[in-house]
Ligand binder design. Structure first.
Ligand SMILES: NC(=O)c1ccc[n+]([C@@H]2O[C@H](COP(=O)([O-])OP(=O)(O)OC[C@H]3O[C@@H](n4cnc5c(N)ncnc54)[C@H](OP(=O)(O)O)[C@@H]3O)[C@@H](O)[C@H]2O)c1
Length: 266
């Protein structure tokens, strides 16, 4: 067993059928660990599960849509009873945005991304708050984005969902940590995944999914409130907030980008 995973017995990860979620599952998979993996695509989820089992983990998969509050709540409660969850990572997410020349996003696409990236996060975290605080133990983590630190002209709704989850995680941290439950916000920059590949823009300091997963696991193991990477891009985004807003807009609207509209619908 990896020394950092010694104290973990059960980890729940959403969006484990692809990209960062899959890489996280494989970063944690080890003998003695139970992984509870959620995604919609049963075939890709089974592939993650098989690889994790080959690394010695016990794996439970749930082909569940994170937008389905009732299904998420029932399934998570059932599995938390059988295997009390030590760490939950609300990672599942989608992206949507604008092509050069577009002015507004399709309202249906905007509602769809809110349902996944925001309501889906709530549906993942809420069922675990009461059991974890009752045990006085656990860690709640959520994948935000550097795009949540400042709006980007090519992805308004995506930025909105990510800044909202940042605010949510910051807001629940103080009270839950007094009850023994750690709260960690993950803020990645560009990570090479199918989601990221769909975006056509300049991607400074892009990382592999495996490297991102290793950084996330290290940060979560250290109990960090914020796990942000790569550092130069994170600092640049934080610095951007200090600039006068219209000066910032002038620089950023010069960045060419095309983010396809999501085909997801509520
Ligand atoms: N890649 C980046 O550069 C980057 C940067 C910052 C933040 N992030 C965030 O990192 C997270 C993971 O993204 P990724 O890049 O790894 O994307 P990805 O490769 O497209 O994976 C997204 C995962 O989310 C799952 N998912 C999407 N909608 C779902 C739903 N309604 N119910 C259940 N699962 C759902 C997908 O599962 P199915 O396909 O099985 O539905 C898939 O496993 C997202 O929250 C994203 O915003 C990514």
């Amino acid at each position: 067993m990896h020394p950092e995973t010694r104290h973990l017995r059960t980890v729940l990860i959403t969006g484990a059928s692809s990209g960062i979620g899959k890489a996280l599952a494989l970063a944690y998979a080890a003998p003695g660990l139970c992984l509870i993996l959620i995604g919609r695509n049963a075939e890709r989820l089974a592939d993650t599960a098989q690889q994790a089992m080959r690394q010695g983990a016990d794996v439970v998969v749930g082909a569940i849509d994170v937008r389905d509050r009732a299904a998420m709540s029932a399934w998570i409660a059932e599995h938390d009873k059988a295997h009390p969850i030590d760490l939950v990572i609300a990672n599942a997410g989608i992206t949507t945005g604008l092509a050069p020349g577009d002015l507004t996003e399709d309202p249906e696409a905007v509602r769809a991304i809110l349902a996944t990236n925001l309501i889906g996060v709530l549906n993942t975290i809420e069922p675990l708050i009461a059991p974890m605080t009752a045990r006085g133990h656990g860690q709640i983590a959520c994948v935000g984005s550097i795009a949540g630190l400042h709006g980007l002209h090519y992805a308004p709704a995506y930025c909105m969902t990510k800044s909202a989850v940042h605010a949510y995680m910051e807001s629940i941290r103080g009270r839950l940590e007094k009850r023994g439950v750690l709260v960690s916000l993950i803020i990645p920059g560009f990570v090479k995944t199918p989601l990221n590949d769909s975006i056509d823009t300049f991607k400074p300091f892009e990382l592999s999914d495996a490297k991102a997963a290793a950084l996330i696991r290290r940060g979560l193991t250290r109990g960090k409130a914020v796990v942000a990477f790569p550092l130069p891009l994170y600092l640049l985004a934080r610095f951007g907030r200090l600039l006068p807003s219209r000066f910032y807009d002038k620089i950023m609207t010069g960045v060419s980008a095309h983010v396809p509209q999501t085909q997801e619908r509520i």
